[in-house]
Design a protein around this ligand. Sequence first.
Ligand SMILES: *Cc1c(COP(=O)(O)O)cnc(C)c1O
Length: 449
Amino acid sequence: MAPAPLTPESSGTSTPTGSTATSLTKAGIKHMLPNTNGTDAEDGLARLDASSMKITLTQQPRAVPAPDSAETKAQKTCTDHMITARWTAESGWEAPELKPYGAFSIMPTASVLHYATECFEGLKLYRGYDGKLRLFRIARNCARMRQSAARIALPDFEPQELEKMIIALAAQDGAKWLPKERKGGFLYVRPTFIATEEALGVQRPKEALLYVIIACFPDMTRSLATPAPPALDGGANGGQGEEKKKGTSGLKLLASSEDTIRAWPGGFGYAKVGANYGPSLVAQGEARARGFDQVLWLFGKESFVTEAGASNFFVVIRSKQTGKLELITAPLNERIILEGVTRASVIDLAKERLAAKWDGLEPVEVVERRFTMDELIEAHKDGRFVEAFAAGTAFFIAPVGLIHFRGGDIDIPMDGDSGAYARTIKQWLVDIMYGNASHEWGIVVDEKA
Ligand SMILES: *Cc1c(COP(=O)(O)O)cnc(C)c1O
């Protein structure tokens, strides 16, 4: 199947201020992706081809840590194998290799170590309540990886081939590392792409490495009542700060101040590139130190609300004008937020199932638009702020209980541990991910016994 051509343009308007820089990037990205119509490359370079994979199984299989062990919580343990694929400008893609998980060497001059030529993905491998192994909407992750790669001058590839590589690794290690008894459990899949060229010149890299690893992550689906999810960067902070959050309900968010901006128009906030995350860790660490779970990233003098940590952010608000409920999240067209797979799924499900009354829930209209902190404060004052939640693979659907902004707190209503919309949508997603409901988003992995 031919991949859709990658369109570097956003679907919406471009900002006048950033147009020159943006079009430079757009033109560059177009230039890098000349042969994406599914036919053989005219340049004669080999394409990424999962079917040519070389397989070397480990001679030293390791023990699987218990789901709630310190080892799992440390987020350092990966499964027995990994898949790597090397690319060079001279020959294109080499055959991918499935091989024992372990260190690889790159030169100290490697591009990634100096110029942040790195992007990644994060998705989960789920052990269903029906005993089957599943991935969730994996095509979206692979298409996004391709977009992210293009933004940092890494080579193009067929997203379906990355999909096959991920599925192959999940099939190889799934049965042992996420055994059938661990129903409701998951592993974390981390596709990564780095420029390995050994040259200090600031230029498009001529050598790169695409790899997939699968890590043991603490289980949060079992503690639905106390959402204290592991942070994406939990390792860097020496673990999660869930102890001090006991007794509180929902995530506590610290709104970013004007001197710290995560992403800006013409930048790369829409891409899952490592360069977005390192510089956010100071604010993240500061928020944790002050007893908050995550930073709520604002943008501009108007304090537009964008994302929460490495998750998208949703609010349910009763419209002042119409009196109707709206499920609002920041729009994609400015390209300052990451288009989450979870975000897309929340939007799709809400449009499909919440347009009319559902099981006692009042209908909500889904709105992707800019919204400001002032709007939230006003809604809160008027009693129109119904609920808020973060949505992402690492956090899943995490109800938000409090936002701290410029010295004041917005306490968000909770019905117990969650708002009703977050709870309902989360359950719908759980049902799809863990096979309670059959759905096209749940991709069953045919595991090796
Ligand atoms: C990964 C990520 C998300 C969530 O994306 P999902 O595909 O839902 O996991 C949201 N925002 C940022 C900044 C991210 O890095």
